[in-house]
Every structure is written in C-alpha cells, then in structure tokens.
Design a protein around this ligand. Structure first.
Ligand code: BZD
Length: 862
C-alpha cells in the first residue's frame, strides 16, 4: 500500500504547522525571535540595521509559506507556465514592497514601533538589488510583480551577479567615477564596518528574501569539440572543454493581495570541483586555482553597457551559462509531468527579454536533437512554438552581434546549429524570392566581414513564435526598419506590440503613500481594488473640479517636494527652494536621450535671466532642475555631459543674480530607491529623445502616474500617454520620427552652420567654449558632436524645445489649471499598469491562465 503521509502523528504535524500570522503580537514575537536566534543579538544593542534584518527575516518566513503553497499548487494543477528570461532584474529594495503586497505594512510598523524603532529608518537600511542597467531591467521587475499579482504561473530566470550596476561617484571636477556595488555585503564600501565579522559573512543568506538552493544545480559546458555523428541523424557529440556548475538562488515574488508568490530563480556559477585534481597532482597549483576562479567569475559582475555591444567573451559566457541552466531546469520540470516532448509548447512559453537570451534557441535545438534524439523538423517545430522575442531598441549600434570565431571557440555545437538554421532558412527565402541575392545577404544570420558576426536579433526573430516591440511607434519601426524583410517573408501577424507598463504598487502606493491614501479615500475604494484595476483612476476626473480636492492634491505634491529637498540636504548638504517648479530628467546618460538638449536649455535660461532687470526677474516663476543617471564607464561623451551639468550647476547655483530663479542639481548614484523619491516630487519631467530612438520609456509613465506633467518629443510611449491624458496635458515639441532620416541627410550633405540654423543654440555652445563654466576646451569633444553632424538633431529641435518650456512657464502661472492638469493626468494613466501589459502577454502570446492559490494549506497532503 501507499506509505502513510505525513509521517508520524498527523495531529502533531497539524498543531506545529504555522500559518501567516498577521496580528501585531505575533509579528513582534517573530521579529524578536529572529533577533534572538537567527541574528544572535541582544535587545540592548540592537540597531536599525539589526531591526531591519530581523523584520526582513520575519517577512521572509511569511513569503516562504506562501511561496510553498503556490509552487505546490502549480505542481498539482500542471498548468501551462511562462518563463521570463532576462539578464537583468532591477529590483530595488524588497521589504517595503513585500509588506505592502502582503497587506502587513501597518502591523509591522506597529510591531517595530513597540520594539523602539521607526519603520522609515528600518526600511532605509536595505540596499538596492541593482541587478540591471535601466529600463529593460526595471521592466522585468515590474512584470514579475504583475505576474504574481495577476496570479499567473510565471517564473523569472536571471543571474545572481555578485556586483550589480556600479556605484557612481562624482569627483570634485565633475567626473563620474565608478566603484563596485557589492550588494550582498551589508557594508557600504566607503564606510568602515562596526559590525561583527560573523554577521558580515552570513549576511547574504538573510538579505533580500532569497533562498539558496544548494541542491538545485546543473552542469554547463564551454569550449571543447563538437563532432557530428557519422550517421544521418544530424546529431553531434559535444565533449571536452570546461564544465561549470550553476547553483540556484530563489527570490520570492509576492503578489499584491493574493497568496500567490512566484519565483525569480537566479543562477550563481561555481567550479564543478573545488579544483582540478589532475593538474593539482601534476604540481600545477596555479592552473588548478585558475579554473576555479574562472568558473566563479562568470556571475561576478553585471555589464554596465546599455545600448552598445562589446563582444567580450565573458559576456557571451554569462549568456550561455544562464540560458543553459534555465533550460535544463525548465525541461526537468516539464518532464516531471510525463507528457510527450512534442507537447512542450503546450506547457511552456519562454519570453526572451531582448536578444540577450537568444542562445536559448540553438541550445534547445541541441538538447532536442542531440539528447532527446528528435529530428531537425520536430525540434524546430517545438522551438519556434516555445519562444517569444521582445525587442527594446532599433538603434543599429545596440543590435547584438557576436563574432563567429568567438562563438565557434566557446560554443562549437551551437555554431553548427546556427549555420544549419541559417541554411534551411535561406533556402526557404530563396524559394520565395528566387535569385534575389541581395535579400539573402540582408537576411542571413551571418553578417559578412572580417570576422563574420552572428546577428542575434535575426536569430531571435526566426526562432520565435512572435516578436514584439514595446510601444506602438517602436513596434512599427521594428516592422518597417530592422525586421522589414522578415515581415515580408513571414507575414505581419507574427510582429506585434505590447506597450510597456509599470507596477502601480511600487510606483504609486509605495513611493507616494499620501497620494495613494487620498485616491482610496476619494474613490471610496480599498487600494487593493484600484491598485489591481488601474482604470478605476478614471473616477478621479470629476474631482479635478473640486477645489478642496485640488488643495489636498497640491499639498501632497508640495510635501513630496519637501521630502526630496530633505534628501538632497542629507546627502549633498544643499538647500533646495521648494517653492520652485521641480523639473526632472532621470535616466541613463545617452546622446539619444539628449540630456545635452536639457543642459543647453538650462544655460539658455540662465543667460536670459542674466540679461533681465531685477523687476523682470521678479515676475519669473523659479525653477529647480534635477538630473540623475549613470553613464556607461567607457562612454566618453556621456561622461562629459555629466561633467558639464555639474559645472553649470556650480556656476548658476552660486550666481546671486539668478540663483533665486534657477538652480540645478545632479544627484549622484541614481537608483530605484532614488527614483522613488524624485518621481513623486516632480512638477514636470523630461523625455526628450530624438524622435524614433526611445523605444518606449517607462519613467515617463511613473511621473505621469504621480501627477507630474510631461515635456517630451513625439516618441515611444510619450505618444500613447498623450493619447490617454489628452494632448493639452502634455508639452510636446520637436520633429517627428518620419522627418529624422531626411534631416540627417541634410546635415551630412547640405550642412548649414549652426550660427545660421539655430543662433540661440550657437550662443549657448559659444558660452561653454568661451569658459563660462570652466575651461571650455574640456567640452570640445561634446560640443563638436553638435557642431558637426549633429546626429541627434539638437540644432533642429532646440527652438521648439525652448518654446515648449516657455509654454510650461505660462501654464504654471495658472495654479488652478495646473493642478487640474496634474489630476487629469493621473486619472488617465490606467492603461500603463504593468498588469495590463502582462495580461496581454499572457493572453495573446503565451496562452496562459491564472491559477489562484487556495488560502487553505496543502502542506501536509502535497
Ligand atoms: O528598455 C530600454 C529602452 O531604451 C526603453 O525605451 C524601454 O522603455 C525599456 C523597456 O522596454 N532599453 C534598455 O534599458 N536597455 C538596456 O538597459 C540594455 C542593457 C544591456 C544591453 C543592451 C541594452
């Protein structure tokens, strides 16, 4: 018969089982118990950091219980699952988000208060998990929150980098310096630790709600040889080379007001053996240590380059290590269900977040052919019904390409498979367009050259069921530019759009609790309702006419501005004029995002104010401009932009003629947590990319959701935001995407001197050259990108940009109208919830259904 389960005395089990206890006494008990035993600390010397650790462990206990029930439920129900493969997850802090999603914030606040701590200070102790560069990584984090909140069986797969995105420091000259971000250590690298070594060493198991799964490991091979078998099976044997181990670390992802708690599985690399015994015996100690070093190096650091490709071997190793481990894990889970392998796409969808995981396509082919012994056609059918590819950029320099010699060396079998895919694909193209050699060259997965390169976007495209861009305009540009030939060949229905979204949990409820409370009160709805159905915000519209409501609305914005000012005071020691309009541009530094346009606009304004009489100045509404963002460490021009901003700030903030009317701050070390303070405090924010270059943008959505108005170009998701909130509530300027190509052509072949074309901008550039902000020669390389070529069209858009900012000034004078605009903006942002976006993926791409985890436990029965 069946073995008795659970073992032993069922009653004893039942009585000992704990559930999520939500009353304050239980919470206090659980925190204190973690102080006593997990941390081995005393009440008398417990500091904020200890309180944070204990609270985080206590919350983690709850998450683990929910996580267990969720995974048990999924295993039992055998639903179709989706996997989100992303090399980046920009999670930020976890504790506050978990408390809010669990609905336990107030109880924990009371609990820590009883123990003598202030919740705000406790939450401040947590370091950001900054395992991403920017929008792409943060999007992945928002999608995890939405998947769990929508009760969808989705797991994320990524890498557990030991070092996240670098910490940015600004030197006295205004240069960006980079320091490592050892987020797993509690200690700030710039401060001495006052804490015992024991805790230091053990901290990584306590920090974010993360669980090492030392039993979940897979082997991953690199290098070696691939020998095709001498039969006609198409199989090959890949052997030799280096083998490393992937170890799983699980991060629990709680849904909002549901028991569903999904998983983010991050892989860490380790040597397969501590050291290679053979070389050790041979006395080659050096080599033995080396092999263990290089295995661990794979997941040591996040590459800080967005929008460029560098062709570094270690980056390619990261990509293969991660896709190989993830696919083994996914296949093992599938096989536990005992279904025929040909059913794989009925049970598994895999979303590729950009081309970074494209190796999953040849890797799944390899497994299906070489290990499962399927035919090429069967394998290809499975593959092309499993994967989905999201493109995040049309900038040519950002499209991923790998040198063929590097691929052949590192992944010899995969290179064979890619050549085979290419052969069959081009044969099909040739059948449809006989004799069209140009087309074959354009569409080949292999770019000719010395060396040849593999075009990853093309491989991702032909290996996927569907391809999507991240905003309407961007998806149209994908269809008409970079993948035009593929649309013609494969048909347009494969090429879709899913406009990005943001989670309103973090980007409204968590970062702007007062506004969240006002919304709940006004709508007479629990936040658990409108946070999961963001279109409900529409019902705020009539309240724009209510003077009392407007007053409360404006007062919250004001307090958020004061909170930001307090932050600047604490971290930079600077006073900020909170009566001024707050104007914010925060994003990675890049020429296409045109921080340069913004800083030149600031200089223009400064020069204009300088020329005014004191009476004229008094009529101005003061403006404070904030910048924040990191530059890729090797991106020289972007770093010069930072230097210019810092030095302009130094001059104008100290100028007695202007400082009451215009000031400027560059906030160092931009992060998710810094964004949470800046975004709710903005009156306007700038999203001013050259038309057609910003795929979507997502911070634009965050600002508008928090009632900040948008200054922007007709680009990316700005367009859809304007459609939703009304064009009269956004400040648009600049040339449109279809004009860009022609303008660039004119710049090249009929250049007009900038003095003639845009005297206002020429004057600004001359002031910089002339040394108004310190040695002008320093900025020559930056200035000449505009004087010569001006690829990003600053000289074409500058005048209309200045005009748009003048319209902002004009509109701000009418405070009542301004607050109405702010309310109407928030009210119309429902579309941009990442819940809407993830549901579009679930329905139109993955064919995935929600599974609600029961509140009653399956713990004993399985
Ligand atoms: O992705 C960004 C786009 O630039 C935004 O327009 C868009 O809103 C978001 C989300 O779709 N792309 C990135 O953030 N890209 C990277 O960070 C990146 C990272 C590594 C390599 C290449 C690009």
């Amino acid at each position: 018969g069946k073995p008795k389960w659970p073992r032993g005395d069922e009653k004893a089990w039942k009585e000992a089982m704990r559930d999520v206890d939500t009353d304050t006494p239980s919470i206090t008990r659980s925190i204190v118990s973690h102080v006593q035993t997990s941390l081995a600390r005393q009440a008398y010397n417990l500091d904020d950091f200890g309180a944070y650790q204990a609270a985080a462990l206590s919350v983690r206990d709850n998450l683990i219980l929910n996580w267990n029930e969720t995974q048990l439920g999924y295993t039992k129900r055998e639903p179709k699952r989706a996997y989100y493969l992303s090399l980046e997850f920009l999670m930020g802090r976890t504790l506050d988000n978990a408390l809010l999603n669990l609905g336990l914030k107030d109880q924990y606040k009371d609990g820590v208060k009883q123990l003598g701590f202030n919740m705000e200070d406790v939450l401040e102790q947590e370091r950001d998990a900054a395992l991403g560069n920017g929008g792409l990584g943060r999007l992945a984090a928002c999608y995890l929150d939405s998947s769990a909140s929508q009760e969808l069986p989705v797991w994320g797969y990524g890498l557990r980098y030991r070092y996240g995105i670098f910490q940015q420091l600004i030197s006295p000259e205004g240069n960006q310096l980079e320091a490592p971000d050892p987020w797993l250590e509690m200690q700030n690298p710039w401060e001495a630790s006052h804490l015992p070594v024991l805790q230091h060493a053990r901290l990584d198991i306590f920090l974010p709600p993360q669980l090492p799964r030392l039993d979940v490991t897979y082997e991953v091979r690199f290098y070696g040889n691939a020998d095709r078998l001498p039969d006609d099976s198409g199989r090959a044997l890949w052997h030799g080379g280096q083998e490393v181990l992937a170890v799983a670390y699980d991060v629990m992802i709680p849904g909002c007001y549901t028991r569903n708690t999904n998983n983010l599985r991050l892989w860490e690399s380790k040597p397969k053996r501590g050291f290679d015994l053979n070389s050790f015996n041979a006395g080659d100690y050096e080599r033995a240590v080396e092999s263990s070093n290089s295995a661990a190096a794979i997941t040591s650091v996040l590459y800080p380059n967005d929008h460029t490709t560098f062709g570094k071997e270690l980056r390619l190793k990261q990509q293969y290590f991660w896709t190989a481990a993830s696919l083994q894990d996914i296949l093992r889970r599938f096989k536990n269900m005992d279904k025929p392998i040909t059913d794989f796409p009925e049970y598994v969808s895999i979303q590729l977040n950009d081309t970074h995981p494209t190796l999953a396509i040849p890797e799944l082919m390899r497994i299906l052919i070489d290990e499962e012994e399927l035919s090429w056609n069967t394998a290809w059918h499975i593959v092309t019904n499993t994967f989905f590819y999201t493109n995040h950029t049309v900038l040519p320099e950002a499209l991923e390409k790998w040198p063929v010699p590097l691929m052949e060396h590192l992944l010899p079998r995969h290179m064979q498979i890619i050549y085979d895919i290419n052969l069959f694909f081009l044969q099909a193209v040739e059948r449809k367009y006989p004799g069209d050699r140009d087309r074959l060259g354009r569409m080949s997965l292999i770019e000719e050259g010395f060396p040849k390169h593999v075009r990853m976007a093309y491989l991702a495209c032909i290996g996927s069921r569907k391809v999507n861009g991240v905003a309407e305009l961007h998806s149209e540009l994908v269809r008409t530019t970079i993948l035009k030939d593929f649309v013609e060949f494969e048909g347009i229905s494969k090429f879709g759009n899913v406009t990005n979204g943001i989670t309103p949990r973090r980007w409204l409820d968590q970062c702007n609790p007062e506004l969240s409370a006002l919304i709940s009160k006004t709508l007479k709805l629990e936040k658990s309702v409108w946070l999961k159905d963001l279109y409900k915000l529409k019902d705020l519209l009539p309240f724009a006419e209510d003077p009392h409501f407007r007053k409360e609305w404006a007062a919250i914005k004001q307090r958020n501005k004061e909170r930001l000012a307090q932050h600047v005071k604490t971290f930079l020691g600077l006073e900020v004029n909170t009566k001024a309009m707050f104007d914010v541009q925060i994003k990675r530094l890049h020429e296409y995002k045109r921080q340069n346009l913004n800083i030149f606009g600031v200089i223009h304004r400064y020069l204009a104010i300088k020329k005014m009489t004191p009476e004229e100045r008094k009529k101005l509404n003061p403006r404070v401009v904030f910048f924040a963002g990191k530059a890729a460490p090797a991106y020289y021009i972007a770093k010069l932009t930072i230097r210019l901003i810092v030095n302009v700030a130094r001059v104008i903030n100290a100028d007695p003629d202007t400082k009451d009317y215009l000031s400027l701050y560059f906030l160092p070390d931009y992060s998710v947590s810094v964004a949470e303070i800046l975004i709710p405090a903005s009156d306007i924010s700038q999203h001013i990319s050259t038309a057609g270059t910003e795929a979507s943008g997502t911070s634009n959505m965050k600002f508008c959701l928090n009632g900040g108005l948008l200054v922007g170009t007709v680009d990316g998701a700005n367009i859809e935001i304007a459609e939703e909130v009304g064009e009269n509530n956004v400040f648009f300027f600049g040339h449109l995407a279809p004009a860009v190509e022609e303008l660039r052509y004119q710049h090249l072949y009929h250049p007009v001197p900038i003095e003639e074309k845009c005297p206002a901008l020429a004057n600004v550039l001359n002031q910089v050259s002339g040394g108004l902000f310190g040695d002008g020669s320093v900025y020559e390389p930056l200035l000449s990108t505009i004087r010569q070529g001006d690829y990003y069209l600053l000289s074409d858009d500058f005048d209309s940009y200045i005009a748009a900012l003048a319209m902002v000034d004009e509109a701000y004078l009418d405070n009542t109208e301004w607050v109405k605009k702010s309310i109407r903006t928030t009210a119309n942002m429902g579309k941009f919830s990442s819940d809407r976006a993830i549901n579009e993926y679930a329905e139109s791409y993955w064919n995935l259904e929600a599974i609600k985890v029961p509140t009653t436990s399956n713990f004993l029965t399985g």
